[in-house]
Write a protein that binds this ligand. Structure first.
Ligand code: BGC
Length: 354
């Protein structure tokens, strides 16, 4: 298998290069295909896309181009998008997969056409060349630990609801694993869901179901895998007249940070997107230019299909009302004015955010 792939890759490679540039080595005039999975979660259009485009320009003296596609949560759309970019002869792909298994065939097609693939944030299956993400088990542990801390003695008085992410996303399984590793045995888990497509509206209806099954006085907290779903969950809690229970999140979305300021949401996990995006751009440009990843990626990660993938995992931070200044504001993700705009001004004053 390895032998036939390698042979196939090199045969195609020389053909492509002769056609596209006429030179053996690529310079700065590269085309990077960037594929992101959805747009209901704010991070993709607001941070990942913008940051990767910026870094590719910076690394290529403004000559590199990013061709972008968002799959809007549809795995077959994403396969078509990859296939189109392969026909379009991009020099490298950065793929954040909707479905890590369903993408494997398209990853292989790219590889066979001599186009390297960087798996971004989610570990796509198939013959990828590199991977960058956060330590996703630690993300889940961080959420679980924060929830236990917020519950304190109340952990014994009731039950929590766990709202995990989509089962097509390998990160969701890792968040869930990390959270269970700290919650199990410490608090009763009354209901647990894998949320179809990570959609806030699905989290909202699952939460309504949990409230009617368990009873509104029995729920002491909610584990939500991300901020988008926390929004849907908090809407359901409010509608049922449940207030003041801790809800977790992830992504440090502006709306999530604002709910932390008002106290509707207890915490989020801040993942420094500029670091993840910069690494992805560095990996992509190096691969497109035929350079080694040794100075960029010191770690190796195994996927279910591919062993020892050169990887970079960026550390994460638990975000509560006490460290907004030291995280998202310090890193220039948001300004105080953005967070504290309009109706959030009074709540910001109250927690001393300025
Ligand atoms: C990402 C999260 C995101 C979720 C939903 C995960 O793979 O790591 O940051 O909230 O997908 O898109």
């Amino acid at each position: 298998m390895a032998v036939s792939l390698a042979a196939c890759g090199s045969a195609k490679e020389s053909g492509d290069k002769a056609e596209s540039s006429g030179s053996a080595k690529k310079g700065d005039d590269i085309k990077v295909g960037l594929l992101l999975p959805e747009n209901a979660t704010a991070r993709y259009e607001k941070f990942d896309r913008v940051l990767i485009e910026k870094k590719v320009k910076e690394l290529t003296d403004n000559k590199g181009e990013v061709v972008y596609a968002n799959a809007k949560q549809d795995a077959s759309t994403q396969n078509q998008q990859v296939d189109a970019m392969v026909s379009n002869k991009v020099d490298v792909l950065i793929v954040d997969a909707v479905d890590s298994k369903a993408i494997a065939g398209s990853v292989k097609k790219a590889k066979d056409a001599g186009i390297p693939v960087v798996a971004y944030d989610r570990l796509a299956e198939g013959p990828i060349d590199a991977y960058t993400s956060f330590d996703n088990v630690t993300v889940g542990k961080t959420q679980g630990e924060a929830l236990l801390k917020a519950l304190g003695g109340k952990a014994k008085d009731g039950q929590i609801v766990m709202m995990n992410g989509s089962s097509t996303d390998p990160n969701a399984a890792q968040f869930k694993q990390g959270a269970h590793s700290v919650l199990d045995g410490k608090v009763k888990i009354g209901r647990e869901y894998d949320t179809k497509e990570w959609k806030p509206e699905n989290a909202n209806s699952n939460m309504e179901g949990a409230i009617s099954a368990l009873g509104k006085d029995k729920i002491v907290g909610v584990y939500s895998a991300n901020d988008g779903m926390a929004g849907g969950i908090i809407t359901a809690l409010k509608a049922a007249g449940i207030a003041d229970i801790p809800v977790t999140g992830q992504d440090a979305e502006l709306a999530g940070v604002q709910r932390i300021v008002t106290g509707e949401q207890y915490m989020s996990v801040y993942k420094p997107y500029p670091q993840e995006a910069d690494v992805a751009a560095e990996m992509a440009v190096a691969l497109a230019q035929g350079k080694s990843l040794d100075s960029i990626a010191k770690d190796k990660v195994d996927s279910p299909t591919t062993k020892a993938v050169p990887s970079v995992l960026v550390p994460v931070v638990s975000l509560t009302k006490d460290n907004i200044n030291d995280t998202v504001i310090k890193d220039g993700i948001y300004t105080v004015n953005e967070i504290c705009a309009g109706k959030y001004k009074a709540a910001c004053d109250k927690i001393g955010l300025k």
